[in-house]
Design a protein around this ligand. Sequence first.
Ligand code: AMP
Length: 140
Amino acid sequence: MADDVFCMIINGEIPSTKVYEDDAVLAILDISQATRGHTLVMPKAHYSNILHCPPELVHRVYDVAQKIGQAAIVSMGATGVNILTNAGESAGQTVPHFHVHVLPRYDHENNGFEITMKDNKPDTLALPAIAEELRKNLKF
Ligand code: AMP
């Protein structure tokens, strides 16, 4: 077991507000509540991020994330949900234990979460070369 804050929560060493738990997956409220109902879904086993987690377990984590998103719509009045994971410090990951953020979104509600993806206006001629670069090491 690693000693990140989520491993400590899973081990019962520090408290959390539990939303869901089974043999392999734990979901807790994020302490920062960027939006109302902001939940973190994680495997109980330690994997530093999604890229290192076995696919079967990734599926189980996302199954729970989907259900929590559905519940937020039905019982919390959310009108949309962002489901996302950060992998690596350059992607904004601060806790090195794979987790998925479920962020319920509400109409007309200011909150602490915003996604902006700028259009970097790539030269469209370069797109095939970029795709080729990715495909070179795409393994199934
Ligand atoms: P990330 O930046 O994707 O690694 O997200 C880490 C998240 O963990 C942040 O949104 C934090 O607010 C949250 N967090 C950190 N410590 C705790 C804790 N003890 N209980 C619940 N959430 C936490």
